[in-house]
Structure formats: structure tokens, C-alpha cells
Write a protein that binds this ligand. Structure first.
Ligand SMILES: [Zn+2]
Length: 237
């Protein structure tokens, strides 16, 4: 039975230098990845030029929100007794729709490819994000839990927080048998040691574990022919 691996990298737009370095490692080691773009950074020309040169079969862009933020400053005044302000996709259906529409608008202006996958900032979302996602033509979402209905979710497995291959393998072994292994990165926060570790992790997953690197779009295609994969990503109802 084939086993797959998806590399998920968040917060694209915050740190172009780190992003380029991260993608270089992925491509030089013949792997693939999904990268989560924050919509508001699409005004950055250097970033857009770089993203439009990527081969989407190797590096697939997904939507990582528009603002990646909390409530606007003015509203915070009315939210006095709450330290934890709702993040971008833990609000109302209307607000979620607005964020996604803004993302789509900027995307159609600046990018050559339309994303089909979504990954909420901080992986935080509530059920009222599902309809806006469908309305804005998203087909998949990265998540720690399944959607109740209508939307496919790519299960998350781990964050790259380890700094040696041995540590990584120890954590990986808990998920060793899962057919989809999704590893999350934040290129802007990686240490020098962790950047070096990426090459070792790719080699381990590919050559030792015989996992196949895929993008979210490829996973969706695979799910049409593979019942187990379909079951893993399909909604609860
Ligand atoms: Zn993020």
C-alpha cells in the first residue's frame, strides 16, 4: 500500500529570504510541498515574481488567510475583558467570506494559479468557515480535525520542532502507519540546525520509509481512486 507525505509550510509573505531557502532545499532534494500564502502580502512584487515562477506540480500555493490577524484595532476597545481575540477564521460566516473574497480578488490580480486548498492561520477554524470556503471554490483544508460536512480535510501529523533526525524519528514513529503524513513548517522560525535537518528528514521519509511526496491537488486526485484515502480526507457526514 502506498504511503504519502505532504510538507506544509505556513506564513508565506513574512520572510521571503527564509522562504526561498526553504523551497530550495525541498526542490534540490526532489521533494514537493504546499506553501500557505497570506493574502495581504500579494502586494509585494518580489514575492509575486518568485511565486509565479514556481512549478505548481512541485510547490503548490494554498490560502493561509488574508490578514492572518486578530480583530482590527478599533474593535479591540470593545473587547476589553478578553485576552484571546478571535483569529481570522474563528469569527462569523460573513467575516470569513469577506476574508476569502479578498484573497481571491488579490489572487486573480497577481497570481497565475488559483489555489484549491486552504489552511487557516494557527489551524483555528469553526464550522461557519465551511460554507464560505465552498462558495469561494476551495476544495480542501488542512486541519487537525475533520469537517462535519461538505469539505475535504488533509489531516495534520506533526510540526517540525525537533532539531535532530533521531528526535524526529521518535515522534514520527507514533504516526508511522498513517497513509498520509503531513509535516508542518514555519520557515521564518526555523533554526540553522532545523534547516539542515530538512534534508535528512526528506531522505528518511523517501528512502527509508518509502513515502511519496505529493501536493494537495495530487491527494485529491488520489482520493478518487483510493477508497482508504477518500475515507481519510472526506467529511464526517
Ligand atoms: Zn500562520
Amino acid at each position: 500500500m502506498k504511503k504519502y507525505v505532504i510538507f506544509k509550510d505556513d506564513d508565506v509573505g513574512k520572510d521571503i529570504h527564509g522562504l526561498k531557502k526553504w523551497i530550495d532545499i525541498v526542490l534540490n532534494n526532489d521533494a514537493k510541498a504546499a506553501i500557505g500564502l497570506i493574502g495581504k502580502y500579494m502586494k509585494n512584487q518580489e514575492l509575486i515574481q518568485f511565486l509565479n515562477l514556481l512549478n505548481e506540480d512541485r510547490i503548490e500555493i494554498f490560502c493561509h488567510g488574508y490578514s492572518h490577524g486578530h480583530l482590527p484595532f478599533l474593535l479591540k476597545k470593545f473587547w476589553k475583558n478578553n485576552r484571546l481575540l478571535p483569529v481570522e477564521f474563528d469569527r462569523s460566516s460573513k467575516s470569513h467570506n469577506l476574508s476569502l473574497r479578498k484573497y481571491r480578488l488579490a489572487e486573480s490580480k497577481y497570481l497565475k494559479i488559483r489555489a484549491i486548498c486552504f489552511g487557516p492561520p494557527g489551524n483555528v477554524w469553526n464550522e461557519s468557515v465551511i460554507n464560505p470556503l465552498l462558495k469561494n471554490e476551495f476544495k480542501l483544508m488542512f486541519s487537525w480535525r475533520k469537517a462535519k460536512q461538505d469539505l475535504f480535510t488533509i489531516p495534520l501529523s506533526d510540526n517540525l520542532k525537533q532539531s535532530s533526525l533521531n528526535e524526529f524519528i521518535k515522534d514520527y514513529n507514533k504516526k508511522k502507519d498513517s497513509r498520509i503524513y503531513t509535516l508542518q513548517f514555519h520557515h521564518a522560525n526555523l533554526s540553522k540546525k532545523q534547516f539542515d535537518l530538512i534534508t535528512e528528514v526528506i531522505d528518511f521519509l523517501k528512502n527509508k520509509e518509502k513515502r511519496i511526496f505529493i501536493t494537495p491537488s495530487e491527494l485529491l486526485e488520489i482520493s478518487k481512486k483510493d477508497k482508504d484515502i477518500f475515507y481519510l480526507i472526506s467529511p464526517l457526514n
